[in-house]
Design a protein around this ligand. Structure first.
Ligand SMILES: Cc1cc2nc3c(=O)[nH]c(=O)nc-3n(C[C@H](O)[C@H](O)[C@H](O)COP(=O)(O)OP(=O)(O)OC[C@H]3O[C@@H](n4cnc5c(N)ncnc54)[C@H](O)[C@@H]3O)c2cc1C
Ligand code: FES
Ligand code: FES
Length: 485
């Protein structure tokens, strides 16, 4: 049993224990290591100023680190066990000079006050490295996509985009070449094969290696689980939430898997949204499209599907899809596994069908049946990197010119994501026609129960719900031969 975690920072080994293990990565870098190039602005994952680059031993590609950008302000040292962290200081070349991305930022006037610049450089550097590895051309669209998690108040963005497009790709040095990682990886693999228990004066974190140890310990102590910390990190920084007993499944290797089985896809508790975006394009294209507009690359490299489900937000973007798919939440505890239909998992606002001794092992999503169609919408005030106002999912089948199956889930219109049974029933047996949807839309407006909040009024959300149903009708009528309207 270790009482420390191990990370490498810019190629140097660091063993971290006690109170320091509970620090955010940005604080650790700035206050413990004087690596002040990493900046902090919002402390809640929104602005990207704190972006650093991470490779983790549980997410190797071949025998190499797969480097990705993450927000250091909402990442804690304890859950970074087994990571190689590269900061803006670690990007400079072997002669202590700016690297190709930094050079290009300077050449294209991509920085004014400079506060956002280290974050932009880290995001650009990983975006370019990963596109080059995938043999993708560096296009403006790709540069913009890799910058969706970074805000700049000075430049107006164009010089930064220009800098991304102007990087000298022939001289660009990949981080996998710059840091000879085989020794680092061997060391981290050896360390992460041992469980961790770190105690500070007020808190403790347990990182088991075996699922059986996680079950045993959780039965004894009833921990708060932490995964990507993209919800918990914000609650920690903004609301002072500091659970006494934490458990992270970060070193339980089997939970990093997406298993494409005969009748379903199993997504382990440590699978992040980036993995889903990459690996499930063929199986769940619509869902991957929604994940594409979910948060930012930095968040998706940390946030897990299980975290989104367990967080139980009525505007959790994955939940409407999982509901219409009748996905199963796979719970595990001392009595073994229990599978709960996600439609029965939410008993009220943040109230889950989860016993104190249980935790979530993963999510199982059945494949589409033949002729089933799925459509998903997310409406937010801003397209990228914004919390949803209303989310909408529909799965349906048309047989003999009438709707034979219709499942609809709407988020942001009640204390939990709602399955709207009355609206569904109204549509079943009807032709796929505007008049049928118009009537069902009025039922939908009375079935949802939104409240006013900063993002939109209850009245607006009701209208939006109906409008999404009508949009779904119009689009599906056009794109398939489902409708005759
Ligand atoms: C800037 C920003 C943008 C965001 N954008 C979006 C967005 O567009 N759409 C959206 O839906 N969400 C968004 N979120 C919210 C968040 O990213 C997601 O909810 C994410 O999926 C949470 O996953 P996580 O792994 O980070 O969970 P964590 O923060 O680690 O945990 C979340 C909850 O899940 C519980 N939990 C974790 N693992 C388990 C387990 N195995 N068993 C039981 N409980 C568990 C935790 O105890 C906690 O209650 C955003 C967050 C930020 C900071
Ligand atoms: S400081 Fe804004 S995302 Fe971390
Ligand atoms: S250069 Fe000032 S915030 Fe971007």
């Amino acid at each position: 049993m270790r009482d420390y975690v191990v990370v490498y920072i810019n190629g140097e080994r660091h063993k971290i224990s006690g109170e320091k293990a509970f620090m955010s990565l940005s604080d650790y870098l700035r206050y413990e290591k004087s690596l002040t190039g990493t900046k902090v602005v919002c402390s809640e994952g929104d602005c990207g100023a704190c972006t650093v680059i991470i490779g983790n031993v549980h997410r190797l590609v071949g025998n190499e680190f797969s480097y990705v950008p993450v927000n250091s302000c909402i990442s804690f040292m304890h859950i970074l066990d087994g990571s190689h962290i590269v900061t803006i200081e670690g990007l400079k070349d072997s002669n202590d000079q700016l690297n190709e991305v930094q050079e290009s930022m300077a050449r294209n006037h991509g920085a004014q006050c400079g506060f956002c610049t280290p974050g932009f450089v880290c995001a650009l550097n990983t975006g370019i490295e990963n596109h080059l590895k995938a043999n993708n051309e560096i296009t403006e669209k790709r540069i913009k996509n890799c910058l969706t998690g970074n805000l700049c108040r000075c430049t107006g963005y164009q010089p930064i985009i220009d800098a991304g497009l102007d990087v000298d790709l022939k001289s660009f040095v990949h981080l996998t070449d710059k840091f000879k990682s085989s020794d680092i990886i061997a060391d981290l693999q050896s360390e992460t094969s041992k469980e961790v228990l770190i105690k500070s004066s007020t808190r403790e974190i347990y990182l088991p290696v075996k699922l059986s140890d996680a079950i045993k310990s959780h039965e004894e102590k009833s921990h708060t689980f932490i995964s990507g910390a993209s919800d918990l990190g914000v609650l920690h920084n903004k609301r002072g939430m500091k659970p006494n007993l934490l458990m992270g499944l970060h070193n339980v290797e089997e939970l990093y898997q997406i298993q494409k089985r005969e009748s379903d896809v199993f997504i382990g508790a440590r699978v992040n949204l980036h993995q889903i975006e990459e690996q499930l394009k063929d199986e769940f294209r619509e869902f991957v499209h929604i994940i594409h507009i979910f948060a930012s690359p930095q968040i998706k490299n940390r946030a897990t599907l299980v975290g989104n489900v367990a967080n139980a937000s009525p505007i959790g973007d994955s939940i409407p899809f999982l509901m219409v798919m009748n996905a199963k939440v796979i719970l595990i505890g001392p009595k073994g596994e229990r599978s709960v239909d996600i439609n029965n998992f939410y008993k009220g606002y943040k109230d889950l069908d989860l016993k104190p001794s249980e935790f979530i092992k993963g999510i199982s999503i059945p494949y589409y049946k033949e002729n089933e169609q799925v459509k998903l919408y997310k409406v937010s005030n801003r397209k990228d990197m914004d919390i949803s106002l209303v989310t909408f999912a529909a799965k349906y089948q048309v047989k003999n010119d009438v709707i034979s199956e219709m499942q609809i889930a709407v988020g942001g219109v009640g204390p939990v994501v709602l399955r709207v049974d009355k609206t569904e029933k109204e549509l079943i047996g009807k032709p796929f026609e505007t008049s049928a949807f118009e009537k069902a839309g009025n039922i939908l407006k009375s079935e949802v129960t939104p409240i006013d909040d900063v993002r939109g009024s209850a009245a607006y959300r009701k209208v939006l719900s109906k409008n999404l149903l009508m949009k779904f009708c119009a689009e599906q009528s056009l794109s398939t031969n489902a409708g005759r309207a």
